[in-house]
Structures are given as C-alpha cells and as structure tokens.
Design a protein. Structure first.
Length: 391
C-alpha cells in the first residue's frame, strides 16, 4: 500500500506545503521564511527554505533565479555544517543542470549529492540523487546503463511505500519501453503510474503519466481523440500548479499527436507554442524537439527540401553537442523519412535562421516559418559546479 504523496524538498518551516501546492504559493512562502531565517542567522533553516525557493524557480522556468537560489542554499548549509542540507542543494543544482542540457555537470552534482546524502544519513536525498542520475542517463538515451538503476529504485520505492518515487520510476521505465517500441508494456506501466499517483494525490506525477498514456494511445492505436482528451486533462493540472516545463512538454506532445494524425498545420502551431515556452525557460532539449516537430510539419506542408535538409542537419549538430542520443536518432529518422540525409553541402550551409529575412516577412527563427509562408509542395516530399556555489 502507498501512503499519500509528500514533497521532501519542502523542509524546515515549509513542511506543511503539499506536493500539489501551487508553485507561486511555494515561492511566496519559501521567500518569506528564507528572509526570516537569514535575519535570525539560522543558516540551516535558510538552507532548507532556500531549497524550496530554488525548486519553485526551476519548475517555473526561472533559470537564473533558480541557479542563484540553490547555490545560496548550499552555502548556508555548508556554513551550518549540514551535510544533508548541502546534498539537497546539490540535488537541486544537478536537476537544474539537466534541465538546461548540461548533462556532465548534472551527473557531477547529483553524484556529489548522493555521496553527501549517504554521509549525512539522509536516505531520501540519496535516493532522489540516484534517481536524478538515472533520469539523466535515460534522457540521453543510455538505456542499457540506467535501466537497472531504474528497476532498483522502483523496488526500493515499492518496499518503502513511497508513492511519488514509485510513480517516477514507473514512468521512466515506461518511457524507455515506449522508445524501444514495446508499446503494450509501456502502456501498462504508465497506467499503473497514473493509478498510484491518483490514489496518492500526486497531481504532478499523474499529469506526466497521462502524457505518457496519450503518447502510446496515439502511436500504437491511432486514437487521436482519446490522446487529446488525456492531454487536456493533464494540461488542467499543469496550469493549476504552474508547471511550466510539464505544460511545454504537454504542448509538444499534442503537436506529436496531431502530426501523426496528418493535421500538420495544427501540429505546427503547437510545436511553435512549445518552442516559445522552452526558450523562455532555457530548456535546450525541449527546444530541439520542438524544432524537429516544426521542421517535419513544414516539410509535410511542402516546404523547400533543401531548407529542410539544412534545418535537420543543424538540429543533428545541436543534439550531438548536447549529448542527446535518442533525440539524435529521431533526427536521423526524419532525414531518412524526407530523403534529405545529411550531405557535405547541407552540413556546411548556414541554417535558415541565421540569414536575414526578406523585407515584409515574419522574423525567421529555427524552424519557425509559418505554413502560410511555405512554398508549393515539392515532388517527392514524404506524406560552476560546487566551487561556484561557494562564491
């Protein structure tokens, strides 16, 4: 049996906050308590309240504020000699680094956090940090390396009856199965995650599980209507809790569903919306995936084949640089799908968004030419780190 989901990152004077608390409420309460702790010279309490502030900023997509907050939390915990508090701050910093696409830094910070959590006797932050390492590897597409760790963390979460971590592990394993084509297994795991999250009142976990279910329903069953219903239900939660990143990924997935249904102009609009949202929060992975969706939608709508080749080649280089193996494979499939495999000319060409726009046109951005501007259909187009925290 699982108990009600709780948020261990809300600590000290903020333990009364719920896993479902609005992020704006968390930020307001956390800032108030942080200032009080700082005035009183209570460094350990300042570290704990600063953690909540950092996480609220991160989840709201306020990257610079989140970066300052986790480092301040780390410094306060170090001043107090609180190893567990230091570990939680590093976990927040590592999670932020992953969100920003700095995967090597994420692994370093999360590894340090796991070690400090173990030395400080906080099994929860150790577990969260190991989960962060597993998620970093999964996002990069290194399934073989992190699959076993996901399973281990799932078993530990089940044994302790921790609903929130059980849901997280189920969703991560489900995503790996979905990405390798095991749709039935993925659906069952997402469905189990959704059920546990609903019973434990974990609205964030439930929203992510619904997104996963929508994806499988779309790609496996071709049931566009049901997929969009699931995404609409998840979007309500994202908006109510101000989950900026989850909302952007919801919009990107809605674009995927519409694209698969052949509704390319509608898909373009959703990918464009998601791209703006990801850029606002400096999230390169989501930005790249949205750009890929835009490029594919425009190609289906008759965009110039050479321009499509240049855009996809630029995306391929971007994903190689970031280190996103699975997403890079998606670009390779798109290049094959549209018959625009990278050539020396395409690799050397300047991407469209670096060129000046002709007078009277909309400003050009990566993958951002509206379908109304597309030309006629082309023949053959397919249907730092810890040291910085001390500064």
């Amino acid at each position: 049996m699982y108990g009600k989901a709780f948020a261990p990152e809300y600590q000290g004077a903020l333990t009364s906050l719920s896993v479902n608390s609005s992020l704006t409420d968390v930020l307001a309460a956390g800032t108030e308590q942080l200032r009080a702790a700082e005035r009183a010279g209570r460094h350990a309490e300042a570290a704990r309240c600063g953690l909540a502030v950092a996480e609220a900023h991160r989840r709201l997509g306020r990257i610079e504020e989140a970066d300052r907050a986790w480092k301040a939390s780390y410094r306060a915990a170090r001043t107090a000699g609180d190893e567990a508090g230091m570990a939680w701050a590093l976990w927040s910093g590592g999670t932020l680094a992953r969100q920003r696409g700095a995967f090597a830094l994420a692994r370093r910070l999360l590894g340090l956090a796991a070690g400090l959590g173990e030395r400080g006797g906080d099994v929860v932050v150790r577990g969260y940090s190991l989960a962060g390492l597993a998620e970093t590897g999964r996002i990069q597409g290194d399934y073989e390396a992190v699959g076993r760790l996901h399973e281990q963390l799932l078993a530990e979460a089940r044994r302790r009856g921790e609903a929130r971590h059980t849901v997280w592990a189920l969703e991560g394993i489900a995503q790996m199965h979905r990405n390798t084509g095991a749709y039935d297994t993925a659906y069952a795991l997402f469905e189990e995650a959704a059920g546990i999250a609903a019973r434990a009142d974990d609205r964030r976990g439930h929203a992510w599980a619904l997104r996963g279910l929508a994806d499988v329903v779309s790609v496996r069953d071709g049931d566009t209507g049901r997929a969009l219903e699931l995404l609409s239900e998840a979007e309500e939660t994202c908006r109510a809790m101000r989950l900026s990143s989850a909302l952007a990924y919801n919009h990107k997935m809605r674009g995927n569903v519409l694209y698969r249904a052949g509704r390319y102009a509608e898909a373009w609009d959703l990918y464009a919306l998601a791209l703006d949202e990801f850029r606002a929060m400096s999230e390169p992975r989501g930005e790249a995936l949205s750009r890929l969706g835009l490029a594919k939608s425009r190609a289906r709508l008759g965009h110039d084949r050479t321009e499509t080749a240049v855009e996809l080649a630029d995306l391929a280089r971007t994903l190689e640089r970031i280190g996103l193996r699975h997403a890079r494979e998606m670009v390779a499939r798109a290049q094959e799908e549209f018959g625009v495999a990278e050539t020396p000319d395409a690799a050397d060409a300047e991407p469209r968004h670096d060129r000046p726009a002709p007078a009277g046109t909309l400003p050009a951005e990566p993958g951002r030419v509206h379908p109304a501007q597309a030309g006629p259909a082309q023949p053959g187009t397919a249907g730092t780190v810890v040291a910085e925290a001390g500064r």
